[in-house]
Every structure is written in structure tokens, then in C-alpha cells.
Design a protein around this ligand. Structure first.
Ligand code: 2P0
Length: 334
């Protein structure tokens, strides 16, 4: 039996991350602990200032887990997603008591950055510690992955690779002074969520096997470019991964198209900036927003070029950030 932290709560804070080399598609899962195993390796940068703070405590009075986001209790589907992690923590710690989870996202909804990575990484770290588990970062990454695949990467700061069961850090925050300018684009019709979209792509797109077949080479190209700080090679690999991910999704039945006209306008402006000698490169995820990587010193020049584009609501800048952190709260007994 574990050394339970039952007289207080544990608080964890985790940042979102952005993938340069994309996770899109899962390996088959036979056991609960095989959930969200990726079909392809991915590479990400954890971002500063866009994060989730989550408090977890045991709630022996309750008969089931209760999960609150921004003070509002989640419905059964939302709670079920968190429970995948909570059930695993209970199994590892050999405890049965329900948890109470209070989570707040500091990721603007309009930012178009999925908060599932930061939420599930924070939930994994807080609940494991609350149950007295002393997991190392790799074990925590595996636990976070059960809630959301991309959460496996948010456990670590800086540049992170994810292959197989867990992610691992590949370069620290100060390895390279790069930043991301995010062009927020009006949402248009409601997009299909990434979990359903990648499942549909894998099941119905004739382009999916091609996506999987090229993924490892694109990933190793990006790792090598990152190691030698070769910006052109890094954004080349990032843009190939982005376009091939979206191409595989376009081939699904029915097709998955995340782009708006303004998304394409931003991609064209990236081409023009490069032609003008301003080094930058784009990526896109499961939505219309475009994220443009550039040198830290060039964020204002890039923002000035993206902000006036029709259909771009606004831009904001994100820089490399830390991995998950945990602290105990309310430890004193009454
Ligand atoms: C990524 N995305 O690598 C890719 C690129 C979206 C596009 O990881 O089903 O929310 O929870 O494992 O992690 C978003 O997918 O999916 C994602 P699940 P997740 O960032």
C-alpha cells in the first residue's frame, strides 16, 4: 500500500506543446495500458505561458470521481477521459478511493491550441503524487499518454520526441532561440476532433499507409536538423510532416479538411517572407490556425506580416517552455 497524501491536495502545472513532426494515427491497443500508442513518431516543442493547473485530492465521501473544469463539473464523457488516468493510478497504487479533480485551463479557447495535452499531463502528475506514487518522468509520460497521446510530450520541457510507450526530452529550452507566431483564424464550421479524425483517416484513407511509411524518415530528418540547429532543414521536415498529415486526412471518407481560405493565405505569406529573406516555416494541426516558427529575434517582423492578412483574427507569440511541475497544497492538518 502506498503512502497516501490524504490530508491535502496536490497541484500540478503543465504547458501545452506544439508538434513539428505530427502524431496522427494509433497502433492497435489490446490492453488498457496500450491506449494511445502512436502509429508514428512525433517531435514537439513545449510552449511557455499556455498551461493547465490541476488540483487532485482523494474524496473518500464520494462514491465516484468528480472532475471540475473552471469550476464546472464535467459530464460523463469528460469525466470518463480523465478516469482512464485515475483508474491506472489507483491500480498502480493499490487504492480504491475516488478522486476530486479541479482543473483550470490558461489556454485561450480562441488560441486554437488543444488543451488536452496540458490537462492530461497535469492530471497524471497530480493524481500520481496524490496517490503516493513516485514515478519518474518517463513513467509519468506513459501515464499522461493514456488520457491523450500528445500529453505524453507535455511532461517534458523544451524539445521532446515521442516514440512508442513514452516521450523523452531531446534538447533543452535554451538549445535554440526559436519562437512560434500563432495566426488565429476564424473557426468557420465546427471541425471534427483530432481523435475521431485520426481514427477515420486510419480506417478509410488510402493515403494513410503512405503517411505511416514516410513518418520515420521525416522524424529522423527533423531530429538531426534540431541537433545541428539547421533551421531550413528543420522547417522543411516540419512542413513535409504537416502537409502529409493533412493529405492523409483529406483522403478520408468523408474527407477531413481543417483549412480555411485564410489558412492558405498565411501559407502563401510564409513563402513570401522566405523569398524576402525572413527565415520561417509553418505548421498546422486539427484546426484552421497556422503556427509559424522563426528565430526568437524575428517574432515582431513575422507578426507584422501575418496580422493584416484578411481572416486572421489576431496573432500571438509563444516561446519554449518548461515541463510539468508539482507541489503539495493544504498540507496542515486541522
Ligand atoms: C500532434 N495532434 O502531434 C497531432 C497533430 C493533432 C494534429 O496530437 O486521441 O488530442 O487524445 O491521443 O493527442 C492531437 O491529438 O489525440 C494531436 P488522442 P490528441 O500534436
Amino acid at each position: 500500500m502506498s503512502d497516501l497524501v490524504i490530508d491535502g491536495a496536490v497541484e500540478a502545472r503543465a504547458n501545452v506543446n506544439i508538434a513539428l513532426i505530427k502524431y496522427w494515427g494509433k497502433a492497435p491497443a489490446d490492453r488498457p495500458e496500450d491506449k494511445n500508442l502512436p502509429a508514428v513518431p512525433s517531435l514537439s516543442l513545449t510552449l511557455d505561458g499556455l498551461y493547465t493547473v490541476t488540483q487532485v485530492a482523494f474524496d473518500p465521501e464520494a462514491d465516484t470521481d468528480r472532475v471540475f473544469l473552471g469550476g464546472v463539473e464535467l459530464d460523463a464523457a469528460g469525466t470518463a477521459r480523465a478516469r482512464v488516468i485515475l483508474d491506472r493510478v489507483r491500480a498502480l497504487a493499490d487504492v480504491a478511493a475516488p478522486f476530486r479533480v479541479d482543473s483550470v485551463n490558461h489556454v485561450p479557447t480562441a488560441a486554437g491550441l488543444a488543451s488536452s495535452a496540458s490537462s492530461m499531463a497535469a492530471l497524471a502528475a497530480a493524481s500520481a503524487r496524490c496517490a503516493g506514487l513516485d514515478l519518474d518522468a518517463g513513467e509519468l509520460s506513459e501515464l499522461a499518454r493514456l488520457g491523450s497521446g500528445s500529453a505524453s510530450r507535455s511532461v517534458f520541457g523544451g524539445w521532446v520526441a515521442w516514440e512508442g510507450r513514452r516521450a523523452h526530452p531531446v534538447a533543452p529550452i535554451d538549445h535554440w532561440d526559436l519562437a512560434v507566431v500563432i495566426a488565429v483564424i476564424g473557426t468557420g464550421p465546427k471541425a471534427i476532433g483530432s481523435r475521431a479524425a485520426m481514427e477515420r483517416t486510419a480506417r478509410t484513407s488510402p493515403l494513410y499507409p503512405g503517411w505511416v511509411a514516410q513518418a520515420h524518415e521525416t522524424f529522423t530528418d527533423a531530429l538531426s536538423a534540431l541537433e545541428r540547429r539547421d533551421f531550413e532543414a528543420l522547417v522543411g521536415a516540419m512542413e513535409r510532416s504537416t502537409m502529409r498529415m493533412h493529405a492523409s486526412a483529406l483522403g478520408a471518407d468523408p474527407p477531413v479538411l481543417y483549412w480555411q481560405a485564410a489558412s492558405v493565405a498565411v501559407l502563401r505569406e510564409v513563402e513570401r517572407m522566405r523569398a524576402d529573406g525572413l527565415a520561417c516555416g509553418f505548421t498546422m494541426d486539427a484546426g484552421p490556425n497556422v503556427k509559424v516558427f522563426c528565430a526568437g529575434a524575428d517574432v515582431e517582423a513575422v507578426s507584422r506580416r501575418l496580422t493584416p492578412i484578411p481572416g486572421v483574427a489576431h496573432t500571438f507569440v509563444a516561446r519554449p517552455g518548461e515541463g510539468v511541475s508539482v507541489r503539495l497544497v493544504n498540507q496542515e492538518r486541522p
